[in-house]
Ligand binder design. Structure first.
Ligand SMILES: [Zn+2]
Length: 129
């Protein structure tokens, strides 16, 4: 990353592509440096859009998001168009229907909707008497 001051602006340059050598065997890889992330709004609120740094696990052929880089102020259509222009993948993170926490990994699809691992592993509430 290259951060400079140009007149009255901060200019942050991030290469669109990261490159590396294969962990096992020979060969090189190149993948996007950023991923577009859409996070579902809480309790029906507005969704949030941001660009996250990406880490490529070549031995799994998996592009992982690592940390948010920039919040995007705009609507979904503008955000998706930006990601398409930058050739970035777009990930969608929904909220657990039980606890409303964002789900970034393992989850279960129930008849109510998507449930996070923690809520799914909680013992059921005792029946009311
Ligand atoms: Zn939950």
């Amino acid at each position: 990353m290259n951060i400079t001051k140009e007149n009255n602006e901060v200019v942050i340059r991030i290469p669109l592509i990261q490159r590396g050598e294969s962990t096992y065997g020979e060969g090189q890889w190149s993948v996007p440096n950023l991923v577009g992330v859409i996070e579902q709004g809480k309790n029906g609120g507005d969704d949030e859009y941001s660009l996250w740094f990406a880490q490529y696990l070549d031995y799994k052929d998996s592009l992982q998001t690592t940390s948010p880089a920039f919040h995007f102020y705009g609507d979904r259509e503008e955000f998706v168009a930006l990601c398409e222009e930058l050739l970035l993948e777009v990930e969608m993170h929904t909220r657990c229907v039980e606890c409303q926490e964002l789900i970034y990994g393992t989850h279960t699809l129930t008849d109510k909707g998507v449930v996070c691992l923690e809520c799914n592993s909680s013992p059921p509430s005792p029946p009311l008497s």
